[in-house]
Design a binder for this molecule. Structure first.
Ligand code: GDP
Ligand code: ZN
Length: 304
């Protein structure tokens, strides 16, 4: 038997089968049994992973090895016997965090928490503020103004009048982008505006996933006509910061990161420790009070 070894990228998963895109086309693959048994509490292979496959004589493939991940967005799923780490996407180039300026009101605490998650995984975030037609561009910009000042890219959009859609399309080009956002913010409409049917396809896959229990999971990344892919990240919005130690949280706030060296005590909690440089910066208006509030809530609980 001649077996051909190929490298590819996993673009789809459904019920034990992976679609792997290679130079020789897309090949449907199973996972090598040896790999399955080594699976330790989390998805061994996920959409976005680069994998080594061997092609079988019948045209199908077997995944033999997974390349190390640059990054991953993970959702811990409680199981009867513990916790299982679902990998929503591996190796994304960026994550689009979609919020509405109104209807529903933007939950900036949730945005801050998602930004921490991106910082933790070293994935550049792309903040999308949709429905600017409801409040006007000026007010929309003001609502999100702290974020560009921290170095985060902000794109203001309206599906209703089309503003910002071309800019978003350009920002997605050639990249693998994960999409996350509360329901009702217009994620589906935005994706449809970027490319016909795109939002519908994404939504159908996510629906299938959320209906199923652990077994009938479907994940898929969708190709963009101009190059690049988008993938939905369902359930990330309710993410708890499960793998971040309280003491390291300040490192994931770009405006706090450079301050902590100036705190009097190296184990400063930036809340009630004397000689805190962060508190001083908040009092002097150099750190936005809402961002500081988000920090406190993430660090000490009482989080939404
Ligand atoms: P999703 O749950 O995030 O996928 O949101 P949908 O795409 O289903 O949109 C939710 C609602 O918001 C729908 O009634 C859309 O027509 C509406 N919508 C989406 N984008 C805009 C927008 O830019 N402006 C306004 N005014 N409404 C929008
Ligand atoms: Zn401090």
């Amino acid at each position: 038997m001649t077996e051909e070894s190929l490298t590819g990228c996993v673009t789809r998963y459904r019920s034990g089968f992976y679609s792997v895109q290679t130079d020789h086309g897309t090949i449907t693959c199973r996972l090598r049994g040896r790999l399955k048994r080594s699976r330790a509490g989390g998805d061994l292979v996920a959409v976005g992973d680069r994998v080594q496959i061997s092609r079988q004589e019948d045209g199908s493939g077997v995944i033999e090895a997974v390349h190390p991940r640059r990054s991953a967005l993970v959702r811990p799923a409680p199981l009867d016997w513990g916790e299982y780490q679902q990998v929503l996407v591996a190796n994304p180039d960026q994550v689009a965090l979609v919020f509405a300026c109104a209807e529903p009101e933007p939950r900036l605490r949730m945005l801050d928490r998602l930004l921490v998650m991106c910082e933790r995984q070293n994935i550049p975030p792309l903040i999308v503020a949709n429905k600017i037609d409801l409040v006007g561009e000026e007010k929309a910009r003001a609502m999100f103004s702290v974020y560009p000042s921290l170095g985060y890219r902000l794109i203001l959009t309206s599906v209703l009048d089309g503003s910002g859609v071309a800019e978003l399309r350009r920002a997605l080009k050639g990249k693998l982008t994960g999409f996350v956002g509360p329901s009702g913010v217009g994620k589906t409409s935005l994706l449809n505006a970027i490319q016909p049917e795109l939002g519908l396809n994404v939504r159908n896959v996510s629906r299938a996933t959320s209906k199923g229990r652990h077994t009938t999971v479907v994940r898929e990344m969708f190709a963009l006509e101009g190059g690049g892919y988008v993938v939905d990240l369902p359930g990330l919005r309710s993410l708890t910061l499960w793998d971040i130690e309280p003491e390291e949280l300040d490192g994931y706030f770009p405006e706090l990161r450079p301050l902590v060296a100036d705190c009097q005590f190296s184990d400063c909690n930036h809340h009630n420790t004397p000689g805190c440089a962060v508190l001083k910066a908040v009092e002097e208006g150099k750190v936005h009070p809402d961002r500081y509030e988000s920090y406190l809530r993430m660090r000490f609980g009482d989080d939404e």
